[in-house]
Design a protein around this ligand. Structure first.
Ligand SMILES: NC(=O)c1ccc[n+]([C@@H]2O[C@H](COP(=O)([O-])OP(=O)(O)OC[C@H]3O[C@@H](n4cnc5c(N)ncnc54)[C@H](OP(=O)(O)O)[C@@H]3O)[C@@H](O)[C@H]2O)c1
Length: 292
């Protein structure tokens, strides 16, 4: 049995059908089974659990041969945070896998490091380290920013306000990869024991600025013009003023400042050469797939 925590997310919804189509037994762990309603009748099991409460996931992990962690608490419902989900939640899953003797596939981020300015990247590093020390059969899949996540965020802004808000100057190049490509690589990590003990890094074909991404989102939507920026000083103020009352917003402001200035480029060639059959989706194609 392959248990996928995060099977309802951007990556997970692309990974689950891929594994199920291979005839593998798959169970999705979610806090809210309604988020997995699309899986009814597919043969994929759905189990309720919150990784912040290890007791609540014990039943969901029963009989697991492989556990995939595609969870994140960077954003989303339920007062989540990188600390409680990506760090502590993953620790609970790794401990459960150790008790069950299950293999573990951890989805992480390119650039995960103990001193990274973005808290999520520090939390991912901590869970990577814990996994390496666990004695389990493990594989880590690190990805750059998902095209679908950013495309959906900008697309929603455009729909609701007619404007795309870019946090910061938006002129720093960032590597974007399609979640579909990452799902394909994660699927291989699940099914190929030859990849145990390896860290696989995947990026997409282009390093693009957020201004360029916004322009492509506008083009795909057939719209002109409407891009506005939140200047860096406003982001600094937002990070400070909202820290106590809206921690998720403060976190986003801090991450946006880092993303606006750090080197977020990535050379995808080595990863692509190691896995030649993987899809290599570009932003325009990924955005077209998102359209209803
Ligand atoms: N998005 C990106 O740009 C990006 C880039 C690189 C790497 N990654 C990594 O790729 C993986 C998937 O990311 P994503 O963007 O697909 O995630 P996402 O769409 O934001 O979905 C988050 C997932 O985490 C689950 N989750 C959150 N808190 C949970 C909790 N307390 N207990 C149980 N499940 C919980 C959610 O499940 P329910 O809501 O159903 O409970 C959901 O399936 C993550 O590890 C992420 O760090 C993402």
């Amino acid at each position: 049995m392959i248990v996928i925590a995060g099977g309802t997310g951007t990556l997970g919804t692309r990974l689950v059908p891929r594994l199920a189509a291979q005839g593998l037994a798959v169970r999705v762990l979610t806090r809210d089974p309604a988020r997995a309603a699309h899986l009814a009748g597919t043969g994929v099991e759905v189990a309720r659990g919150d990784v912040r409460d290890p007791r609540s996931v014990a039943d969901a992990l029963d009989g697991a041969g492989t556990i995939v962690s595609a969870i994140t608490g960077f954003a989303g419902p339920g007062r989540v945070s990188p600390s409680s989900v990506d760090r502590v939640g993953n620790a609970g899953l790794i401990n459960a896998a150790a008790r069950a003797g299950a293999a573990f596939v951890l989805v992480s981020v390119v650039g995960a490091a103990p001193d990274h300015p973005i808290g999520l990247f520090r939390a991912k590093h901590a869970s990577e380290e814990m996994l390496r020390a666990s004695g389990l059969a493990w594989t880590i899949v690190r990805a750059t920013a998902f095209m679908e996540t950013w495309g959906a965020i900008m697309g929603r802004m455009l729909q609701t306000s007619g404007t795309i808000l870019v946090f910061g100057r938006g002129d720093n190049p960032v590597n974007f990869v399609s979640a579909a490509d990452v799902a394909a690589l994660t699927g291989r990590a699940v099914t190929d024991p030859g990849l145990h003990g390896q860290v696989l890094e995947l990026g997409g074909p282009d390093n693009l600025t957020l201004n360029q991404v916004a322009a492509i989102v506008l083009e795909t939507a057939g719209r002109r013009g409407a891009v506005r920026h939140i200047p860096r000083p406003a982001l600094h103020a937002m990070a400070l003023l909202t820290a106590g009352i809206r921690p998720a917003l403060a976190r986003q402001a801090r991450a946006a400042l880092a993303m606006d200035s750090l080197d977020m480029t990535f050379d995808p060639a080595p990863g692509r050469q190691a896995f030649p059959g993987l899809p290599d989706t570009d932003l325009l194609s990924a955005l077209k797939q998102l359209q209803p």
